[in-house]
Design a protein around this ligand. Sequence first.
Ligand code: GLN
Length: 286
Amino acid sequence: MSRDIVSDYMMTEKRIHAVLTAATAILHLSDSPRLDAEILLSHLLSVRRSHLFAWPDTILTSQQYTQFQTLITRRAQNEPIAYLIGHKEFWSLRLQVTENTLVPRPDTELLVEQSLARLPLEQQTTVIDLGTGSGAIALAIAYERPLCHVLATDKSGAALSVAQKNAHQLGLSVDFLCSDWYSHLDDQKATLIVSNPPYIAKNDPHLKQLQYEPLEALVSGQDGLTDIRYLIAHASAHLRPQGFLLLEHADEQAESVQALFQQYAYTAIHTYQDLAGLDRVTVGQL
Ligand code: GLN
């Protein structure tokens, strides 16, 4: 091959449409390889995804090309997109995420939905979000209920600082407290306590796929219920009369979680299904 043909070939290889096709093939194990590649490239080029379709023949610079290869390699090793681009949408809010926070899942929006259903718009209520991580649940509630006093806790200072930045970025008012579950709440009481606690069993093989996320936000003892059990047993000290406790859990835990709510004399116990039809959130009232 002449030098011209070789360089022509190299250039073609660096065109947007060609790098996307190649990256899509590399990411075949992802649920959405093409979309992943497009999100990563548009992030790298600081353009909207539509730009990639409008300008498929644009040639990447060598630096952009190398950076894109690095992102695709990391993604191929199962690193979440949210960590690679540094943010994730939750409840239409853009949240910064880091390896110190769980990546907010769409399923968790059910927890927000069911919290809002119990928080009248015009009432001044208090909500506590335990183990807030990136602040997703607390911020979504603060966004939807401007009169509500929202307190968000986490035992990880690193996570709290991400949540705090998100609140600032979104211009939302939430109080933050470093606390291991109820440990530093003193005598604060809420109308509603909400939490997406860790709930995966220690030996669950599913954990391998979550290797990039903080283990302490995922794993909860032998049966995955250690933290849920604790939260249910001790909420009464921090709930106002007729207050609610809302917890996310795995679908196969619904029965056990309901039984725990019963054991601790909660009423109006109900489990709700996520968009996939799986038991995901259980509520009890005290
Ligand atoms: N829903 C997450 C998952 O299984 C786990 C989140 C959690 O433990 N709170 O991927």
